[in-house]
Write a protein that binds this ligand. Structure first.
Ligand SMILES: [Zn+2]
Length: 180
């Protein structure tokens, strides 16, 4: 870990050094190889850039393009963004899994960092997701936007979304209420 953060690895940005290929910003924590972790925070990135902490952590020169990709990513996700905007960004950047089957699989593979349920989700499904998220220590939130989840995703029966991007998940989970 590059900075002394108490956050879980799942909540951090991952920079990967896959065997035999270039160092990359591993947006959905799916890349193999050694990883370095950074808070989803502009100040932490600036500090890491200045000291080139990522290169030190990975024991290989991290190209400027990786720092640039991280900066772009953090610039695109802001605490002031509305939940609709964040969800839209997750969909465009393909860091959202849609529907209960995809979300459950993503959770079990450790890729999903936040589960968002539309209010119209059947009680039994909410309970099942609740148990799964609890067992895997992942946050579960109820969607409170004016538009339903299905309207934002454009999929009529989509009520469940799994966010795989660490910074979008962290920001959205702070904005949305926990399902109790
Ligand atoms: Zn940090």
């Amino acid at each position: 870990m590059v900075c002394r953060s108490a956050r879980a690895k799942a909540d951090l940005l991952r920079i990967a050094k896959p065997e035999g290929s270039a160092i990359c910003f591993d947006i959905d924590h799916s890349s193999e190889g050694r990883g370095a972790y950074l808070c989803p925070d502009k100040k932490c990135l600036a500090k890491a850039h200045k000291t080139d902490a990522l290169s030190k952590a990975l024991k290989k020169k991290v190209p400027e393009t990786v720092y640039l990709a991280l900066a772009r990513h953090l610039a695109s996700v802001s605490e002031d963004d509305s939940p609709e905007k964040l969800l839209g960004f997750a969909l465009r950047s393909r860091t959202a899994l849609l529907g209960s089957t995809a979300v459950e699989q993503g959770l079990k593979r450790g890729k999903v960092r936040l589960v968002v349920l539309d209010r119209s989700t059947a009680e039994a499904t909410q309970d099942r997701m609740g148990r799964l998220c609890k067992a895997l220590a992942r946050p579960l939130r109820l969607w409170q936007g004016e538009k339903a989840v299905s309207d934002i995703t454009g999929k009529a029966n989509c009520r469940i979304i799994g966010i795989t991007d660490a910074s979008i998940a962290l920001t959205l989970s702070r904005q949305l209420k926990s399902r109790i």
